[in-house]
Design a protein around this ligand. Structure first.
Ligand code: ADP
Ligand code: MG
Length: 483
């Protein structure tokens, strides 16, 4: 949507609600598996099917993951919290209520710092169970389908919903917030962070207001976002749409909207239900949740290095550019690979270049992750050192890397077995250079007469004779001395 020039300057106000699927083996209140992709309805039991009289039992691992994530987001962890029933009717929710946490969530008052200097406060993070999934037969969506099927494998999967304050000021900041969140859950290992598969889902709340106004404008909430890029695009679109409505004298309707990836537009989904409709009340089948100070402290001590700590380490200790640091922070496995190779590799800057350049490009074109390749951190470190100490040329290094990614192996061994080392032995090269000069007197004379470019001819002869393995600098130097 084209932005029309306006008299009033507007600013965006954005708050995100992110659902993180906690990667436990079993569900939040029953022992069924959370495995994705199984036959429909095999991972179910009376608890998640909502049979009367079945009693929920809280999964300790889910609490542990929720606390870890809360700690990483600088939250206060409640030593006493509780679960509540949130009522609504939908065919993917057999109990007709979702067990959630209403007014006593496990995590409160956290924050995340963005690179823009904005501190996004986190209001709360609460645990809740996921619903099942509807499969609409005979059509893309609900509209036009003949009938719908219910798969309750996902019903009861643990979620942590993280609610930010409306502190985000632009579409780009919204994207950064989500990217950082995804990095954090991956570093903690509490969620795989795959938005495309729905392991992380996000609602973006947006309003605009004239700059300088203190009250918030009416917000809309965009649902159905499946990538960080979509968040940025949808937010940009929605900000422009709202400004245009206000500029033309209209007003914003509070509503849920859907992001349509195909048309790059937001569309009206439904006007929001009020909170009273949920009829929240304490879940009588679960006791209040007590989390001891000792447990919280123990989990705090066990927290791994977090993305921002890694970024700081790369930039201030190892002198990475912010660009290189971002690649190795955002793609955790590349950073892990770097950290594993680094102790074996004094020339770590070259190591970074391989990882952010050649290797990243390879993973993109092949649609692979590092784990799909046969390259090991040791092998890459070895390759870098072979190149840095001039045992192999950079061309050979590139060829070898391609082979190591596909087939694995030790570069030092391969170089030895196939005689790929550059010839840097002065005696051996000197003999060759003398021979080429003697065999090509005409060209040698041309060089002596000042025709510099003839040097290329001689270098070419030597390279051909050695199949590219002569050290080119040394060849040049010897030619100039001996002609
Ligand atoms: P609701 O009652 O509609 O669920 P909440 O106050 O619970 O609204 O907030 C839900 C999310 O919307 C939070 O992430 C919050 O930061 C964000 N939010 C609240 N008001 C606004 C607003 N005026 N503009 C943008 N975002 C907002
Ligand atoms: Mg709310």
């Amino acid at each position: 949507m084209p932005q029309t020039p306006t008299q009033t300057e507007y600013e965006a106000v954005i708050g995100l609600e992110i659902h993180v699927q906690l990667r436990t083996q079993s569900k939040l209140f029953c022992p069924d598996s959370t495995r994705f992709g199984d036959e429909p309805n095999v991972n179910t039991c009376p608890v998640c099917l909502g049979y009367p009289g079945a009693l929920p039992v809280l999964n300790k691992k889910a609490v542990e993951y929720a606390v870890m994530l809360g700690l990483a987001l600088n939250c206060e962890i409640a030593e006493l919290s509780k679960f509540d029933r949130k009522h609504y009717f939908y065919p993917d929710l057999p109990k007709a209520y979702q067990i959630s946490q209403y007014n006593m969530p496990v995590c409160t008052n956290g924050y995340m710092e963005l690179s823009t200097g904005t501190r996004v406060r986190i209001n709360r993070a609460h645990m809740e169970e996921d619903a099942g999934k509807l499969v609409h037969a005979g059509a893309e969506g609900l509209a036009g389908s003949d009938y719908s099927l219910v798969d309750l494998n996902r019903a009861g999967t643990p979620l942590l919903e993280i609610v930010s304050e409306p502190d985000i000021k632009s579409a780009a900041e919204a994207r950064e917030y989500m990217t950082n969140m995804r990095n954090i859950v991956r570093y903690l290992g509490v969620c795989d962070g795959n938005m495309e598969e729905g392991s992380m889902r996000c609602d973006v709340n947006i309003s605009v207001r004239p700059k300088g106004q203190t009250e918030f404008g009416t917000k809309t909430e965009i649902k159905n976002m499946n990538s960080t890029r979509a968040i940025e695009q949808a937010a940009e679109y929605e900000i422009a749409r709202q400004v245009q409505i206000l500029e033309s004298g209209g007003s914003i309707t509070q509503a849920s909207r859907l992001w349509n990836e195909a048309t790059s537009e937001t569309m009206l989904m439904r006007v929001k239900e009020g909170e009273a409709d949920y009829r929240y009340f304490p879940e009588p089948d679960l006791r209040p949740l007590h989390i001891s100070r000792e447990w919280i402290e123990a989990l705090k001590r066990q927290l791994p290095e977090l993305p921002e700590e890694r970024r700081a380490r790369y930039i201030s200790e190892l002198d990475f550019s912010t660009h290189d640091a971002s690649i190795l922070v955002d793609v955790k496995e590349l950073g892990d690979f770097f950290d594993a190779a680094r102790p074996h590799c004094p020339h770590y800057k070259t190591l970074v270049n391989w990882l952010t350049g050649e290797i990243t490009a390879y993973l993109k074109t092949e649609k692979k992750s590092m784990a799909d390749t046969r390259l090991t951190p040791n092998a890459l470190a070895e390759l870098v050192e072979l190149q840095e100490n001039n045992t192999i040329s950079s061309t050979t290094a590139k060829k070898l890397l391609a082979e190591l990614l596909e087939k694995g192996g030790s570069p030092a061994k391969i170089v030895e077995e196939r005689d790929m080392a550059q010839i840097s032995d002065v005696g051996e090269l000197k003999k060759m250079v003398e021979d080429v000069i003697a065999n090509n007197p005409k060209q040698a004379q041309q060089f002596r007469d000042g025709k510099e470019q003839v040097l290329g001819f001689f270098v070419g002869q030597i390279m051909r004779a050695t199949q590219g393995s002569a050290n080119p600098e040394l060849v040049n130097q010897l030619l100039r001395e001996l002609i």
